[in-house]
Design a protein around this ligand. Structure first.
Ligand SMILES: Nc1ncnc2c1ncn2[C@@H]1O[C@H](COP(=O)(O)OP(=O)(O)O)[C@@H](O)[C@H]1O
Ligand SMILES: [Mg+2]
Length: 451
């Protein structure tokens, strides 16, 4: 987390009070349990939170009662202050093993990880009817799940609670925990596993140099973003269209696909995130899906534009799987395609290779935009736009360079860089035609041609 809140910030105070209370609930329940009490259990009163703390606001908004708050606090504690849960480590001396009543996942080295069983123990103790009543807290449509973001993790494969639905750990997504602690949405690149990076550019829409029909398609996408609510709600198309919009950008490298995605966001006031497909086929099976799920969840919550660069992996990997690794990759890809399909935000996929894409795949897009190599007129505009502010020697003829060299915007940008370096290495005050020619030759070589 950046921007560490001071210890006296209202969000931290509310969470501390909530976890202190949870500690007293645990102590009281354990005392009740070990005393063999038959009298009904009355947990200590929950604290009142001042409005204006993220946790207090969430509790009010989701109308969480004391029982729901105990469940939520358990899930919060494991991430914020797991020592609160240490009393559950007490062992049952009679059989020299942990109390199965407490649920929870334990390893030698980890903190105690509460499960739904732990929550049911705190809420219902040994009272079966009470426990059954409390199971409603875990229903998928309960506010704890829907509004507060509580999740039941995967079931452990082995151990005391294996195979029981309530044996899964209580989870809250890390970005939600960050938000509760800091009172604001975390900067999304908060974890090294987060497979997305925000795209930003110092250029503006006016700097984009593309054929008129391409711009027309892009205006269409921008108009969708600006008018989506009106089209769906007022014009009654919600049930038929859904919120999502999928666009395919195809064309040779350096023709402006990434830049266009970035500027579409800038133009419409939405954040654009690039998904790193190299992290999709992670060697940690299951991790990838979790990380991706987080990206999609955040995209939905914050109305991001998602940009899948070099998305060819998504089209290619659907064939027959030969190795276990391939099969795993195919699984990830299938999951990814499904999430893309369902995503209510704008999703853009970019590829250099149109020929790779089969027709069935094409039909899944609301719009396919081809980015052609620029013709001579567009190249002239690009050369002037990219090199316009550089000090050029009097003999430099940008129009002639543009006419004679079939380079796209990306390579032209590289030419500018290398020509500038060469000029300054000579201690020259101006970039010469020779500097430019040399840099052009380098770019053409990269593309495997001499002219
Ligand atoms: N059509 C274009 N208009 C303006 N600048 C462009 C264009 N195409 C490429 N560029 C320049 O080249 C850089 C690289 O282009 P990029 O968007 O990464 O291409 P692609 O994603 O198609 O490979 C851009 O950041 C921009 O400076
Ligand atoms: Mg690109």
């Amino acid at each position: 987390m950046t921007n560490q809140p001071p210890a006296n910030c209202p969000h931290a105070i509310a969470i501390s009070a909530e976890l202190d209370w949870l500690g007293t609930v645990i102590a009281a329940r354990l005392a009740h349990f070990f005393a063999g009490e038959t009298a009904p259990f009355a947990p200590p009163n929950a604290p009142q939170h001042a409005r204006g703390s993220a946790l207090g606001d969430l509790i009010a908004r989701a109308q969480l009662d004391a029982s729901a708050r105990i469940v939520f606090a358990l899930a919060l504690a494991v991430q914020v202050n797991p020592a609160v849960l240490d009393p559950f480590f007490v062992r049952n001396k009679a059989i020299d093993r942990p109390f199965s009543e407490f649920g929870g996942l334990r390893t030698e080295t980890s903190s105690f990880i509460p499960t739904a069983i732990t929550a049911l123990f705190l809420l219902g103790g040994g009272d079966t009817a009470m426990r059954i009543a409390m199971m409603a807290l875990f229903a998928p449509d309960h506010a704890l799940r829907k509004l507060a973001g509580l999740e039941l993790g995967a079931l452990p494969a082995t151990g005391a609670t294996a195979g029981t639905f309530f044996g899964g750990p209580l989870l809250i997504a890390p970005h939600r925990v960050s938000e509760l602690c800091a009172g604001q949405k975390p900067a999304p690149d908060f974890s090294p596993q987060f497979p997305a990076k925000r795209l930003q550019s110092g250029l503006t829409w006016a700097d984009l140099i593309l054929p008129r029909e391409v711009k027309h398609h892009l205006d269409h996408i921008a108009a969708w973003l600006a008018n989506r609510d009106k089209i769906l709600d007022e014009w009654g198309l919600k049930a038929r269209l859904g919120h999502g919009f999928k666009a395919l950008f195809y064309g040779p490298p350096g023709t402006g696909k990434t830049l266009t995605a970035t500027l579409l966001g800038q133009r419409t006031g939405l954040d654009v995130y690039r998904i790193d497909l190299s992290m999709i086929v992670s060697k940690y099976i299951g991790e990838t899906e979790k990380n991706l799920a987080q990206v999609f969840d955040m995209a939905e919550e914050n109305n991001w534009i998602l940009f899948f660069d070099e998305a060819d992996a998504l089209f290619g990997a659907r064939g027959a799987a030969s190795s276990a690794n391939d099969r795993h990759a195919n699984q990830e890809v299938a999951y990814l395609l499904q999430r893309i399909e369902e995503c209510p935000a704008l999703v853009i996929l970019a590829t250099n290779l149109r020929s790779n894409i089969d027709e069935a795949f094409f039909r899944r897009f609301q719009m396919a935009v081809g980015f052609p190599k620029p013709d001579a007129a567009l190249r002239t505009a690009l050369w002037h736009s990219v090199l316009g502010k550089m000090p050029l020697a009097p003999d430099v003829d940008l129009a002639a360079l543009a006419r004679d060299t079939p380079l796209a915007g990306g390579p032209i940008t590289n030419v500018a860089r290398h020509a500038a370096i060469s000029a300054l290495r000579r201690d020259a005050t101006h970039v010469s035609t020779a500097d430019l020619q040399q840099a052009i030759a380098g770019e053409l070589r990269k593309e495997g041609r001499t002219r």
